[in-house]
Write a protein that binds this ligand. Structure first.
Ligand SMILES: Cc1cc2nc3c(=O)[nH]c(=O)nc-3n(C[C@H](O)[C@H](O)[C@H](O)COP(=O)(O)O)c2cc1C
Length: 427
């Protein structure tokens, strides 16, 4: 029998402790976001369709991205019990410096298009969190302005080698002069991938006003007010003509870049150099043997070749082949701190976030990027503590099983590209 009594007024009063309403709309929105997917939803509400789709979308059927995210969801963790992990240290040593967290901000082009604070929000948030920030060749904030925003932290510069080598190498010189410590040479973009959402939206740089964009703008006035009252959206370090992003990329990129370019870039860059967009074991080995400081296993967030290898699946084999001391990094599909923990357990030395950062940016500018980092930090710390691990170095492959939905029909022996005949190489 349950014993009942009259409620006491003092107990009732205790229950009625209403929280003070948060009057700052941005803070209220961001505090309510508990995951990167929550930030993605807010970003979608607040950003014009064409800009959101440019960010959120990938190439062709978007299978590379969907599969990469699925691969992270298909992780099984193996915790140890009764191993106290009261204080979790999330910091790592990467490319000659410390990072407070095992991830940095990936290079993204046109960032001020997503939200007007753009790269400054990313660099400022990275500075505050003690993690590296990467500025894209197609950035909309200048090398020098990024340095001014993050004067004491780590800035990396991402290089696209363009047809006009002088432009590319001029940027390399400016990044070196501004004290950027690492050059990230992206090699998976000989031509632009087919971003079908951009085509369907008629998306162009600069954005064009059509009846559709105007109707879409009505519930998103702040983006347009920002857009119309801040400096013109253009590449900060390049001069370009307009067009779709694909057209801009195709006019700027050189499909004939090769290992010779890499050799030259190494001769002019004083800092660390890493190659981004590596997608097989043979290329990984070749690059590490050539003495580059690191590689990024990446399929460009699924924005280039669709149905590309899943970087997270490639990771264990690459680490086995290049040795556990080589700096192997990974990106594409990271939406949760647990994805980062799993990557580090399987031998990655660092990870990069692209869209997770941009969803935060679109959801709330600088405060939104801070929120992205906070969400990932909390997830990393919680996952580590639940695994019984108190530092990143303690993570081991045994902590993670990759559950595979897709297995190859037959495993080819080696996937090294065959050398081209000398005459054909330049055609
Ligand atoms: C909107 C957008 C723009 C990007 N621009 C560049 C770029 O200019 N240079 C580059 O090397 N990678 C670029 N990337 C790829 C990212 O650096 C990174 O590889 C990718 O976003 C990782 O996948 P994730 O978005 O799932 O984290 C871009 C990605 C996005 C989403």
């Amino acid at each position: 029998m349950v014993k009942r009594q009259l409620p006491k007024p003092t107990e009732l009063l205790e229950l009625m402790q209403f929280k003070k309403p948060e009057l700052n709309g941005t803070k209220r929105r961001l505090d309510g976001a508990l995951t990167i997917a929550d930030l993605q939803k807010i970003a979608k509400r607040r950003t014009p369709k064409a800009a959101f789709d440019y960010t959120d979308g990938a190439a062709e059927g978007e299978l590379s991205l969907t599969r990469a995210r699925q691969a992270f969801e298909d992780i099984e963790f193996h915790p140890d019990i009764l191993r106290p992990a009261a204080n979790v240290d999330t910091s790592v040593e990467v490319l000659g410096g410390r990072s407070a967290l095992p991830f940095g901000i990936a290079p993204t082009g046109f960032t001020r298009l997503m939200q007007t604070e753009g790269e400054s929000a990313g660099a400022g948030a990275a500075a505050a969190a003690g993690i590296p920030f990467t500025l894209s060749t197609l950035g909309t904030t200048s090398i020098e302005d990024v340095k001014a925003t993050n004067p004491n932290g780590r800035n990396w510069f991402q290089l696209y080698v363009m047809r006009d080598r002088d432009i590319s190498y001029g940027l390399v010189a400016r990044a070196a002069a501004a004290g950027f410590d690492t050059l990230m040479f992206t090699v998976d973009t000989p031509i632009a991938g087919a971003r079908l959402r951009d085509k369907r939206n008629g998306f162009s740089i600069p954005p064009q006003l059509t009846i559709g964009t105007i109707i879409n703008a009505i519930p998103r006035p702040w983006w347009w007010i920002d857009f119309l009252t801040t400096p013109k959206l253009e590449f900060a370090s390049l001069s370009t003509t307009g067009g779709t992003v694909g057209e801009l990329l195709n006019s700027a990129m050189d499909p004939t870049i090769s290992y010779e370019d890499l050799e030259y870039i190494r001769s002019i860059w004083p800092g660390k150099i890493i190659i981004k967009g590596v997608q097989n074991v043979a290329d990984s080995k070749r690059l590490i043997d050539l003495g580059v400081d690191g590689i990024v296993l990446s399929n460009h967030g699924g924005r280039q070749l669709d149905r590309a290898p899943i970087p997270f699946h490639l990771l264990p084999e690459v680490v086995r082949e290049v040795g556990k001391d080589a700096t192997v990094m990974i990106d594409t599909g990271i939406m949760n701190g647990a994805d980062i923990v799993a990557s580090m357990a399987l031998g990655a030395k660092f990870t990069l976030i692209g869209r997770a950062y941009l969803y935060g940016l679109m959801a709330g500018g600088r405060a939104g990027v801070d929120r992205t980092i906070e969400i990932l930090r909390t997830e990393i710390e919680r996952t580590m503590a639940l695994l019984g691990v108190s530092s990143i170095e303690e993570l081991e492959p045994r902590h993670v099983t990759q559950l595979q939905r897709l297995t190859p029909v037959a495993q080819p022996a080696a996937r090294a590209a065959r050398p081209r005949p000398a005459a054909a190489a330049k055609s």
